[in-house]
Design a protein around this ligand. Structure first.
Ligand code: PMT
Length: 225
């Protein structure tokens, strides 16, 4: 049986990938399936938490039992949903893959194919939702970020991740080493858990539910402090 160490704790988890529309039928997106975020939400509910799952696009995952599901398709919708859900939360987890940029304009009608060279797509920066949530965090609220990093070596990945933890100001950063059948789209995940106090430990390759358990163990420890 799972520990009930999150009994009554309000938790907000974001999951999935945002889609940034170019026109009514096209978008810029990413490969997030939503599986890691949904596993986090499900596990938290099983451990007694009151969970709001803010879901961007997934591979059609069903809502986990006992979880309030809010849909958010674009980065801006996800931002609004996170700001609405987070103020009363004890824990906020940003597992969604949020597009850093969106097309600067959204065409009202489907963009036509022409014989001339296509126009370049101009992009506008999306808000950094995690940084915003850190800036307005309630006292004692625990904030968990994710980092999907690519690099030539583990040392490379960890160096980027340490810098990201400092920059974003969250309490915990879950680092996925992207590639080799891990992180995006797959059933399994592996990586490291970095904490703001300098703590650093590996998360062994396993299911996304397994990774979720490791993350909630670390969060429960922080809450108890
Ligand atoms: O969905 P799955 O297929 O199961 O895959 C899981 C996952 C790999 C998508 C997930 O584990 C993960 O790593 N999610 C975050 C991916 C990501 O966008 O990383 P990043 O390094 O670009 O962003 C760092 C952090 O800032 C993340 O917590 C992200 O949610 C957040 N962010 C990013 C951009 C932005 N504009 N606003 C944000 O809040």
């Amino acid at each position: 049986a799972l520990p009930r160490d999150l009994e009554g704790v309000r938790v907000v988890v974001s999951a999935g990938g945002t889609r940034e529309p170019l026109d009514p039928v096209r978008y810029l997106g990413n490969r997030s399936s939503g599986k890691q975020g949904y596993a986090l939400a499900r596990t938290a509910a099983q451990r007694g938490a009151r969970v709001t799952l803010v879901s961007a696009h997934t591979v059609g995952l069903p809502a986990p039992a006992g979880v309030d599901l809010v849909h958010a398709g674009t980065a801006e919708e996800l931002r609004d949903a996170m700001h609405a859900a987070s103020p009363n939360a004890g824990v906020v987890v940003m597992a969604a893959a949020v597009a850093d940029f969106r097309p600067s304009t959204r065409a009202e009608y489907k963009i036509k194919k022409t014989d001339s060279d296509p126009d370049p797509v101009s992009l506008t920066r999306n808000p950094d939702i995690l940084a915003e949530l850190v800036a307005v965090r309630a006292p004692g609220q625990v904030i968990v970020g994710f980092a999907a990093e690519t690099g030539d070596s583990n040392a490379d990945v960890l160096e980027h991740a340490r810098a990201k933890l400092k920059r974003k100001g969250c309490d915990l950063l879950v680092v996925n080493a992207v590639g080799e059948g891990r992180a995006f789209e797959t059933e399994d995940n592996a990586g490291w858990l970095l904490s703001a106090d300098g703590g650093e430990r590996p998360i062994e390759l396993g299911s996304k539910a397994h990774m979720a358990s490791d993350i909630w163990d670390a969060v429960a420890q922080l809450i108890q402090q």
